[in-house]
Design a protein around this ligand. Sequence first.
Ligand SMILES: Cc1ncc(C[n+]2csc(CCOP(=O)(O)OP(=O)(O)O)c2C)c(N)n1
Ligand code: SF4
Length: 426
Amino acid sequence: MATQTLRFLKSRALPFCKGCGHHHVAYNLERALQRLGLDPLDVIVVTDIGCHGILDKDLNTHTVHGLHGRSVALGAGIAMALDNPRKKVIVMIGDGGATLGSNHLIEAANRNVPLTVIIHNNMLYGMTGGQPSGLTPEGFHTRTTPEGKQEPGYRIAELLREAGAPRVWRVVGLGDYSGILEAAVAYDGFAAVEVLELCTAYAVKFNPGLKLKQLPEDLGLPTGQLAAQDRPPYRLEPPRETRSLLDTLPLRETQALASLDRPVGLVLSGSAGEGVQKAAELFALAAMRAGLYVSKKGSYPVTVGVGFSTAELILSPKPIRYTGIAAPDVLILTSEDGVRHAGGRAHGMHEKAVIYRDATLPELDSAARQEVRPFRKAAGPRNAMLAALVTLLRERGLFPLDFFREEIQQSRISARIPLDKIGLAD
Ligand SMILES: Cc1ncc(C[n+]2csc(CCOP(=O)(O)OP(=O)(O)O)c2C)c(N)n1
Ligand code: SF4
């Protein structure tokens, strides 16, 4: 290495502690990339948080520095977006990062995303002073496990193989293992190389007598190639033309010019499952056909079959720039759930406003006029809101009732709506 001209590293003097295995990873990678004849600008190195990650400022390649454990996700995104076997994405990650981002690793292996991951397993968190990671072996002494780690370390190389990684190696991070890095980078698919190291600052200090060469035997970790199972690399589908949702809506022809002189805000509230949103939708469509601008908002609990269901509609002769309703002009309440959710809106209503409430519901504290009708009894709970809206149009005339009738008759639920019971018999 000493005599070789560097192409990928800017310098042989790297920022790691004396004896740290991260040096060897960098030098071996330099050799591997040189042998592959790659241009440094065809290589994208994504580093993770940790000592190994500070290498990026010493590289002539493209570099991206990721959050702890997230470098695989970043690298996978880059590899999938580039979708070019000539461009090589290499993720450098520690055992800490591999623990935090284990699911990113497993998913990338499982999907066979074309990238190389070099796991610098120096047995603990080096940069922060020697805390254990998920890969730290059982019994290992670390800063926070002075008596020895109690849980077994998991075997990341075997995990990745089980997840379907086509190429996995485990090597002892001593001497020349550039041939393995070369094979990993050359492979058009997911390849992982777990490099066993001992952080000289902490792993060696807390576990005197441990020898890196002996480590695989001591820990029962097989080395060499652990997986050779070919399958095609993951490729993103070419981007599809996505149509705007608005394009899928049928156009409503305006058939009349309703004569509202100002916007009208309606709050309709009842019980989930009782057709409040559908009634509001049919009402909105009818109003649009009648030449009005309309906005509709619906709210209901995530458990859509219980509790309240409230719709807010604005009908306006002009475009609607703001869809909130500070004080409703019309409040319709068809059930106790509706009163609980929207009954409070009655307080702010002015005296020219109107409240329609079902006969089963209590009087509300409001300046607005209150109309009490047996909507539920007459039309049944599921059609009570439709009945209330028919009553509203008959009595307040926001737009011609016939538009609402036609909208109801043309809707998919028309068969189950008894026109006579909702007040549309004639
Ligand atoms: C986003 C972020 N998360 C966590 C940390 C704290 N932190 C820095 S290094 C590190 C441990 C790194 O250990 P490892 O991934 O094994 O790499 P090593 O230092 O051993 O090479 C942690 C937890 C941080 N600085 N930034
Ligand atoms: S603290 Fe450990 S991992 Fe970090 S550079 Fe030093 S020896 Fe390497």
